[in-house]
Design a protein around this ligand. Structure first.
Ligand SMILES: Nc1nc2c(c(=O)[nH]1)N[C@H]1C(S)=C(S)[C@@H](COP(=O)(O)OP(=O)(O)OC[C@H]3O[C@@H](n4cnc5c(=O)[nH]c(N)nc54)[C@H](O)[C@@H]3O)O[C@H]1N2
Ligand SMILES: Nc1nc2c(c(=O)[nH]1)N[C@H]1C(S)=C(S)[C@@H](COP(=O)(O)OP(=O)(O)OC[C@H]3O[C@@H](n4cnc5c(=O)[nH]c(N)nc54)[C@H](O)[C@@H]3O)O[C@H]1N2
Ligand code: SF4
Ligand SMILES: [Mo]
Length: 699
């Protein structure tokens, strides 16, 4: 028996694994106690890496869709056909006729991170889409306009803070996002154990809320009001302090004026809790020795996601908790994508061009994915005629998935680079399968950038790929050669080595070879204050009151006096999503060990609402929104607010023509058959997935 140490690539926590194996068989997967960051923590998903490795449904060779079904073809034939077809389409309709969508595993895969952008550049199309705009786009937006760089995320200093306010995140299940902190739950408990406080604001009494000292149920989509009211209290009671950033911010006075419009008395009824509670929360936050507000997915994928993420940063800043220990700090990883921008100048972009059909703004080279189906289905110059999807399942993960299916079915050509024949890739003409997980080397370029300590770790592949398989990076490299005419001389390790040369930890003499000698990772210590030096804004100041945010307050204010519209009468419930510890977005439902047990794709509903509708636990109900309808069993629970219901996203595996046998047996329904692609945070272009209006009927 042999032992292999690596980092788990499934979520953002970067847990270290200790894997015992013999030949090609895994004997056990445990937490690596010596891992510098995770210290032995893992979750049940890690063991499913074995299932991914052995899954008989995983694709290993390219397949091509024909009238008589899918057939295996050689790599050479696949590359030849893709090159011919995409070049033909670009010649006939223009470069932008080929669109792309990249999904979440991109950021968990070193090959996709390093070789994806050059490939898309070689295609030369501006029709680029990713899962960012159904996720963290508002975070990028806030960072770009406040700190000058779209990737400059302030990371909560969870291990040293005295007060953590969590809004719209459920890290006890998700294990944290845009902050890599393995064993999040115990780190939260540690805050309490050292006399600090954890407060959760969420429409559902979540697994994280159970750990917290205080929990506040909030009406979906109203968090911007809460944050503004908290700031109102902080300014009115003169609790504000900029600390060491006093000389390095712009806009404090403008901000002070802007928040005057949001006294807690006015806001309380909108958000669902009392003005006294708002005041107390603001005072506790401002008076804590150190405090940090962390606003994640639930704050981002809502109608005012951009405002929310701006206000979270503002709250941290004006209470003296930005760039301070125990507050929110910026990282400095050994491969520092942000730091490198001082050389490359690539710090992000906004509204350089607008999408063709709905005139939505570009952000850092991509358009909001909610508009993708219309870009494919609307005729005219610039229409998308072919698509490439890479590590994404947008049919299940983007709003109005059914409409996107229609769009994919109408394309002249589609290619998917993926490991499964699933709800999205079934529309491809050719699927190029890749290695994944245990078959790949891993250096987390993204999550070291978001981690609560500056650490570094390189994981070698555990198993060699088989003769027929290709790594993601090999596929992208070949495609890049065919579209750019130039051969990239570097492989994955050489590219990493090249990047390591620019490391600010030069004294450590780092190379991939050196990193391989440290299979538990290297620790370069806790995060440190770095402002103003690290800023990318033109005047080297934190911008607290950018006109774009102030302007968007008008859109928010329209909600202040909104009375019950006809729509609320027709669709009285607000629908939100949720995640489960043994699930990972849409693509890990083919592992029996993860999906077995009690049915998980249920509609959570409050007992009062169930009573009113005269429905019983376990009963199947019909849920209808203005774009679709699904039927699923209900689960009555007082953990959800009255008037709010929840369906987990990533299910809906009943669609015909996929090859994921276990997932099909646990099909569930897709939350995104109900979400409306027209519902957006119009400031950033992010999808508004939270608080979809629905009605529920007894069938
Ligand atoms: N309503 C609602 N919608 C949501 C969310 C929500 O909370 N509510 N969450 C959103 C969020 S946060 C995200 S990130 C998105 C995710 O959206 P997507 O990224 O579109 O969806 P995933 O389910 O992550 O699908 C990943 C795909 O990558 C493939 N894959 C896995 N590993 C590899 C690999 O190593 N290489 C390659 N080439 N392919 C691989 C899988 O087979 C699968 O097809 O969904 C979003 N959609
Ligand atoms: N087990 C597991 N882990 C995962 C994933 C997974 O699918 N499964 N996905 C990974 C990915 S891609 C991501 S992006 C992260 C996401 O990680 P998190 O940000 O922790 O995401 P969620 O667990 O969806 O938590 C979002 C919370 O927002 C709440 N919410 C919804 N609407 C609102 C609102 O209007 N206001 C407020 N205040 N709260 C609201 C929801 O009830 C929910 O509790 O998780 C990652 N980790
Ligand atoms: S928490 Fe995330 S990184 Fe850690 S073992 Fe689970 S899936 Fe893997
Ligand atoms: Mo995500």
């Amino acid at each position: 028996m042999r032992t292999h140490f690596r980092t788990c690539n499934l979520c953002e926590a970067m847990c270290g694994l200790e894997i015992n194996y013999q030949n090609k068989t895994i004997i056990s997967i445990k937490g690596d106690k010596n891992d510098t960051l995770s210290k032995g923590h893992i979750c049940p998903k890690a063991t499913a890496l074995t299932d991914l490795y052995t899954d008989k449904d995983r694709l290993k060779t390219p397949i091509k869709r024909t009238e008589n079904g899918w057939i295996d073809i050689s790599w050479e034939a696949a590359f030849n056909e893709i090159e011919t077809e995409l070049k033909r389409i670009q010649k006939q309709y223009g470069k932008n006729a080929v669109g792309s969508y990249r999904g979440n595993p991109t950021v968990h895969n070193t090959g996709l991170m390093l070789f994806g952008t050059p490939f898309l550049q070689s295609l030369g199309s501006n029709q680029s889409y990713t899962a960012t705009s159904v996720d963290q786009l508002p975070h990028h937006f806030a960072s770009f306009f406040m700190f000058g760089h779209y990737l400059m995320f302030p990371i909560p200093d969870i291990d040293r803070t005295d007060f953590m306010l969590i809004m719209g995140g459920n890290p006890a299940v998700s294990n944290g996002s845009i902050m890599t902190a393995p064993d999040f739950s115990n780190r939260l408990k540690a805050i309490k154990n050292r006399g600090g406080k954890v407060v959760v604001v969420d429409p559902r009494f979540t697994e994280t809320a159970k750990i917290a000292n205080n929990y506040y149920p909030i009406k979906p989509g109203t968090d911007a009001f809460l944050l503004l009211a908290m700031l109102h209290v902080i300014f009115e009671e003169k609790l504000e302090t900029l600390g060491h950033l006093a000389a390095h911010t712009n806009g404090l006075e403008t901000l002070r004026e802007a928040v005057k419009n949001y006294p807690p008395e006015k806001i309380a009824k909108i958000i669902g809790f009392s003005s006294e509670e708002i005041k107390q929360m603001a005072r506790d936050f401002a008076n804590a020795k150190t405090a940090v507000c962390y606003g994640r997915l639930g704050l981002s994928t809502q109608e005012f996601g951009g405002l929310c993420q701006w206000l979270v940063n503002v709250l941290n800043c004006v209470t003296g908790n930005l760039d301070t220990e125990g507050g929110a700090l910026f990282t400095k990883p050994i491969i520092d994508i942000v730091g490198m921008s001082k050389m490359t100048g690539k710090t992000g972009s906004f509204n350089k061009r607008q999408s063709r059909v709905h005139k939505l703004p570009e952000f850092t080279g991509e358009f909001p994915v909610a508009t993708l189906s219309d870009e494919i289905l609307t005729p005219g110059e610039g229409q998308i005629k072919a698509m490439i999807t890479i590590a994404g399942n947008p049919v299940l993960s983007t709003p109005n998935g059914k409409h996107l299916e229609e769009a994919f079915a109408s394309l002249e050509y589609m290619v998917s680079i993926d490991i499964y024949l699933n709800e999205t890739t079934k529309y491809a003409n050719i699927i190029l399968p890749t290695t994944t997980g245990l078959e790949t080397p891993l250096y987390d370029l993204v999550f070291h950038q978001f981690a609560i300590r500056n650490t570094a770790k390189y994981s070698e592949a555990l198993f060699e790929k088989s003769e027929e398989q290709r790594h993601d990076w090999e596929i992208l490299k070949e495609l890049t050669k065919r579209f750019s005419g130039k051969e990239n001389p570097l492989n994955l390790e050489q590219t990493l080595d090249y990047m390591l040369q620019f490391s600010s930890y030069k004294d450590s003499n780092l190379s991939v070879e050196e990193l391989k000698k440290h299979p538990h990772g290297l620790d370069f210590g806790a995060l440190k204050p770095q402002l103003p030096e690290r800023l990318f804004t033109a005047d080297n100041k934190v911008e607290l009151a950018h006109p774009l945010f102030l302007g968007d307050l008008e859109r928010l204010n329209a909600k202040l006096n909104e009375s019950s519209s006809e729509k609320t009468l027709e669709f009285p419930f607000s629908l939100i999503g949720r995640r489960h510890l043994r699930s990972n977005n849409s693509w890990m439902h083919n592992s029996e060990r993860l999906v077995k047990g009690k049915e998980r794709c249920t509609l959570l509903i409050h007992p009062k609402d169930a009573n009113f509708l005269q429905i019983e636990d376990g009963q199947i109900v019909k849920v209808t929104s203005d774009v679709g309808q699904v039927q699923l069993p209900i689960e009555i629970t007082d953990s959800i607010m009255p008037g709010v219901v929840s369906i987990p996203h990533g299910w809906g595996h009943h669609r015909k023509g996929t090859k994921m046998e276990v997932a099909q047996q646990h099909a569930g329904v897709s939350l995104n058959d109900l979400t409306n692609a027209k519902n957006l945070d119009f400031l950033t272009g992010n999808a508004d997935l939270s608080g979809t209006k629905v009605k529920i009927e007894n069938i």
